[in-house]
Design a protein around this ligand. Structure first.
Ligand SMILES: Nc1ncnc2c1ncn2[C@@H]1O[C@H](COP(=O)(O)OP(=O)(O)OP(=O)(O)O)[C@@H](O)[C@H]1O
Ligand SMILES: [Mg+2]
Length: 193
């Protein structure tokens, strides 16, 4: 379940993972993008932590959303920001991770007009939430899902410009999303109490 304490821990862990992997995320974005994904996310999360994350889950998600929309350039800021904003709204009425994360997916889909299989962060979010519903979400499963983005052909975003050459590379937004779900796992958001 999402609780105020668990969410604060998860956001803190997400920031740590983004900062640690800043260069790696930008490297992933080099062959199929413009090499800025790590810098974009690191700048946004650094600003979010500096602003402070406080209050109940709805407030915490909203603060994160506002900072990511305001500070992150590129496609990923508005996409993550919209996901967090939808999760803020959903967490007013629920603390169920499936309900809240499903609202996040709807936000990304609406904002990015992408669907499953287009080599975007949705190829991490959608199957991850499916695995969660089936009680099969583990760190290993997350690794498998991010690896699986290698085989996909990009048809949305900057990676679509390289066409067939996008095949064989992990999607950077799927990798940063993996860190988000790892942080939720480690903060025990997916355990019952
Ligand atoms: N339409 C979309 N729907 C969902 N996710 C998307 C979409 N377009 C891009 N993405 C995700 O965003 C990631 C790229 O984020 P990044 O921060 O590098 O922005 P960018 O593509 O460089 O933006 P810009 O082109 O505005 O500079 C991709 O790896 C992908 O996961
Ligand atoms: Mg980029």
């Amino acid at each position: 379940m999402f609780t105020q304490e668990k969410l604060t821990i998860a956001i803190t862990k997400f920031n740590e993972k983004i900062q640690e992997n800043r260069e790696y995320l930008s490297e992933l974005d080099t062959p199929i993008g413009d090499g800025d994904h790590g810098n974009n996310m690191a700048r946004g999360m650094e600003a979010a932590m500096a602003a402070g994350i406080t209050g109940d889950c709805s407030q915490q998600f909203k603060q994160l959303a506002m900072t990511l929309i305001g500070k992150v350039g590129g496609a990923s800021g508005p996409l993550y920001g919209t996901a967090m904003m939808e999760m803020s709204k959903a967490s007013k009425d629920s603390s169920d991770p499936v309900v809240i994360l499903t609202a996040g997916i709807a936000g990304i889909e609406k904002r990015g007009r992408a669907t499953l299989g287009e080599k975007t962060m949705l190829d991490l979010w959608i199957p991850t939430v499916e695995a969660l519903k089936n009680q099969q979400l583990t760190a290993e499963k997350l690794n498998e899902l991010v690896e699986a983005t290698k085989d996909l052909l990009a048809t949305k975003g900057r990676a679509s410009y390289v066409g067939e050459r996008s095949i064989g590379h992990i999607d950077p937004g799927a990798m940063s999303s993996k860190y988000f779900f790892e942080a939720l796992l480690e903060a025990e958001v997916f355990t019952d109490d």
